[in-house]
Design a protein around this ligand. Structure first.
Ligand code: FAD
Ligand code: MLT
Ligand code: ZN
Length: 503
């Protein structure tokens, strides 16, 4: 094993010395945050590897240095652990055996789904083992009458979407990361996404979960019932627990019927006041047909154009753009929306708009919205804030941050976009590289500001590694203490995703 560690560092150095190959060197988290101390966990030795191989087979225990690299680095290329071992179980029973062994041996574990998380939670901080759920990709059952899908945690969201679509259903949520993220990761982060406004949060659609607890016990709560009030609703503990309380292995999720008509409009507006009025009017007019109401500011549209090459199909000189999606069974809705947009244009509420009701066209409008995160990352480094705000404050922080960073040489874009229909703003600052001057202008300012507005410092991405020290801005001491007690009850040795969530 020692030679494997050595080879790992060689790979890092190789990337470091060839910046053109790997534009931004990714420092090890332990070097970037030198105050962090590795917990008193057992260091892996060859007998541990042999044990894992005896359970999973050699092909499902990865120790090859080059292969380990992508599991150790997060999507934002912002943090990197130096795990020497990735385990890829296929069954709940294998996970149970692994956890029971690690629990006895005090071996720390980081659970990883699609590794698309945006808060540094899905990669190890030091040398924790990575338990990847990507080989747990079986669909177990789908009941057309109830709409309940039961599957393993490693199913990729897009595959599930395609599967239920063939049956006339949809998944009750959708994310830009659908091609890589896994349902287990979605549940573990309580992912919100693009359709929460209509279908609600995962707390409403998950009917049951199977979870392996840190000591290896299997908690089988894989209910497919819509109603079940028999005592505490334990499944909710694991929804949004970010791999700190147990490993989610199977999921039962309620899928809505697909609507007959999906209509998407991209609308340009000249002020945020007008965006608010449009939202109010559309809520009145189209009520629960609205399945998305997404905001993009001019900076976001510019980045998608410049860095991804996607052109805005309407006037691209406006301050704000809204992408609205309607999902309905009424065949008159396209026409109703056309009339609504014409009236809004005549009243000078909106400046420009385009509408699509054919899948290829609706997808190309969605592509603009879904490409924003990638387009910002192309500048080099992104500081991401994912906050919920009362509507009145929704966009106010963006000009403030632009002001604070106006002279900063590293900053390329300050953009606000997100799920306006759910009060969820994504404030992103894209820079050529990471720098103290940017971070000190942003933190803790953004969190203080959000807390003063009675918002949430994490609307949908979670706390993970990046935000743990700011948890206090959204949770009281009593709440944090209760969370710690829960963690201690379920994971007294703190082997599951240590260094995350808690300050
Ligand atoms: P990972 O990133 O692998 O893990 C995330 C966390 O969950 C980690 O703490 C990990 O330890 C834990 N975890 C993973 N699997 C399990 C398991 N089986 N059991 C227990 N713990 C587990 N998020 C949103 O909420 N809304 C969005 O609209 C959205 N859009 C995105 C768009 C892009 C382009 C990208 C890159 C990300 C986006 N995200 C969004 C963030 C991310 O995709 C979600 O957090 C997603 O749910 C993570 O799933 P994953 O499988 O990649 O999990
Ligand atoms: C989104 O809504 O696009 C995602 O949450 C990702 C991001 O915040 O960039
Ligand atoms: Zn989002």
């Amino acid at each position: 094993m020692e030679s494997a560690i050595f080879r790992y560092f060689k790979v890092i150095r190789r990337f470091h010395s060839k910046p053109s190959l790997f534009r931004n060197f990714i420092p090890l988290t332990k070097d970037k945050y030198p105050h962090l101390k590795r917990g008193p966990y057992t260091k892996l030795d060859i007998s541990d590897i042999h044990f894992f191989q005896s359970i999973l087979g050699v092909n499902y225990v990865i120790t090859d240095v080059e292969e380990l690299f992508s599991y150790n680095v997060d999507w934002l290329k912002s943090v990197s652990g130096y795990s020497k071992c990735v385990l890829k179980p296929k069954t709940t029973e294998q996970i149970s055996q692994i956890l029971s062994y690690c629990y006895k041996r005090d071996i720390a574990i980081c659970v990883q789904g699609g590794n698309t998380g945006l808060v540094g939670g899905s990669v190890p901080v030091f040398d924790e083992i990575i338990l990847s759920t990507s080989a747990m990709n079986k669909i177990i059952s789908f009941d057309k009458l109830s709409g309940v899908l039961v599957c393993q945690a490693g199913c990729v969201l897009e595959n599930l979407m395609n599967y239920v679509q063939n049956e006339g259903f949809i998944m009750p949520f959708d994310l830009g990361a659908k091609g890589s993220c896994q349902i287990g990761g979605n549940v573990a982060t309580n992912a919100g996404g693009l359709r929460l406004i209509k279908y609600g949060s995962l707390h409403g659609s998950i009917s049951g979960l199977q979870v392996v607890l840190p000591d290896g016990k299997i908690l089988d709560s894989l209910k497919t019932l819509k109603k079940d009030n028999t005592g505490y609703h334990l499944k909710h503990l694991f929804i949004g627990s970010e791999g700190t309380l147990g490993i989610i292995t199977k999921i039962a999720i309620q899928c809505p019927n697909a609507s007959k008509y999906i209509i998407v409009a991209l609308i340009g507006l000249s002020s945020f006041d007008k965006v608010s009025k449009l939202f109010e009017k559309m809520r009145c007019e189209f009520t629960d047909a609205i399945s998305s109401f997404e905001l993009m500011d001019s900076e976001a549209i510019k980045c998608v154009n410049q860095n991804i090459g996607l052109k805005c199909p309407i006037n691209n000189n406006l301050e704000f753009y809204v992408l609205v999606e309607l999902s309905t069974n009424h065949n008159s809705t396209t026409q109703d929306l056309e009339i609504f947009l014409e009236q809004s244009f005549a009243e000078k509420l909106i400046e420009d708009a385009t509408l699509a009701d054919q899948p290829s066209q609706t997808q190309s409008l969605w592509k603009i919205r879904e490409s924003i995160p990638e387009s910002l990352l192309r500048f080099g480094f992104v500081y991401k804030y994912d906050i919920t705000l009362p509507h009145h404050y929704f966009y106010k922080i963006i000009p403030e941050i632009r002001n604070r960073l106006s002279e900063n040489p590293f900053v390329k874009a300050v953009s606000g976009y997100g799920h306006l229909g759910d009060g969820n703003l994504h404030l992103n600052v894209a820079a050529t590289e990471e720098s103290d001057s940017v971070i000190s202008a942003l933190e803790p300012y953004v969190y203080q500001w959000t807390s003063e507005c009675k918002g949430s410092i994490s609307a949908e991405h979670g706390i993970g590694f990046f935000k743990s020290k700011y948890l206090k801005y959204s949770k009281s001491d009593l709440e944090i203490n209760m969370m710690k007690k829960l963690k201690n009850t379920l994971d007294p040795k703190n082997i599951l995703n240590p260094y995350k969530m808690f300050p």
